[in-house]
Design a protein around this ligand. Structure first.
Ligand code: NAP
Length: 251
């Protein structure tokens, strides 16, 4: 049955940024597809745990602005569920400031969470995949700003363009080991990340007018792509960034 190849039964997934927004939606979808989910968040993922139930969800509290937490994330996941099959690098931040005044703090903080920790967490999980044998799935959360420049968000654009790039690099190196590395580029989604934009009436109306689907996306809109890229249905998909954007990029 083709639908069986989308099942995540028996799989263990790590999802970063599990307490809210797109990460919370991905955790819920993975649990529904049969996976045990380890949510990594700097604040407790209490709501996510309530949605899923404590048998299939385990919360690791970690601040991903530093790579120091990576060994603990891996160790706690293995202690709880014994293996890792899927990693979703979802946690991310954005800083808005005119580029002419953009601060080093706004540059470093975004690059640390959105790129540096993503790379080294991915490396640590890939080592575990290789140790286990049998490959694994990495899904990076990219952005429309993996393709476009954006306005007043230079560090975010740098990080998300780089995410698309390293998704291809890692796929080139690891596809032969059965490790699929892909990304999802969400369009404009109604989460905390876009709260400031949606509050700006002019920018919000401009954005909405350009989305062919005629609405902002929701966490639920991302779930199908996230399950597909985590499942054996995508075993021959490597290094690709899949836009889930209501048609934004085609415009
Ligand atoms: P969100 O609601 O702001 O979620 C971001 C998540 O990342 C939160 O769980 C946040 O935790 C976590 N996070 C941030 N810094 C962290 C740190 N230092 N350590 C641990 N966790 C940290 O926004 P979202 O829209 O769901 O964003 C999820 C991903 O999608 C991000 O990578 C974002 O760039 C990307 N994205 C979003 C959109 C969109 O339109 N919303 C579009 C394209 C891409 P806290 O709640 O504690 O801050």
């Amino acid at each position: 049955m083709i639908l069986d190849s989308f099942s995540l039964k028996g799989k263990v997934a790590i999802v970063t940024g599990s307490n809210t927004g797109l990460g919370q939606g991905i955790c819920r979808a993975y649990a529904e597809a049969g996976a045990k989910v380890v949510g990594v968040s700097r604040r407790p993922s209490t709501e996510t745990e309530q949605l899923i139930g404590s048998e299939n969800f385990y919360n690791v509290i970690a601040d991903l602005s530093s790579c120091d937490v990576i060994p603990e994330v891996i160790e706690k996941t293995l202690a709880r569920y014994g293996r890792i099959d899927i990693l979703v690098n979802n946690a991310g931040i954005i800083k808005r400031q005119d580029s002419i005044e953009f601060s080093e703090e706004n540059w470093d903080s975004v690059l640390n969470v959105n790129l540096k920790t993503v790379f080294f967490l991915t490396q640590a999980v890939a080592k575990q995949f290789i140790k286990q044998g049998g490959g694994g799935k990495i899904i990076n959360i990219a952005s429309m700003l993996s393709y476009q420049g954006g306005i007043r968000v230079p560090s975010y654009t740098a990080s998300k363009s780089a995410i698309k790039g390293i998704t291809m690099t890692l796929a080139n190196e690891w596809a032969s080991k059965g490790i699929n590395v892909n990304a999802i580029a969400p369009g404009y989604m109604a989460t905390n990340n876009t709260q400031q934009l949606r509050q700006d009436e002019e920018r919000s109306a401009d954005i909405l007018a350009r989305i062919p689907a005629g609405r902002w996306g929701t966490p639920a809109d991302l779930e199908g792509a996230a399950v597909f890229l985590a499942s054996s249905a995508s075993d021959y998909v490597n290094g690709f960034t899949l836009a889930v954007d209501g048609g934004w990029l085609g415009r």
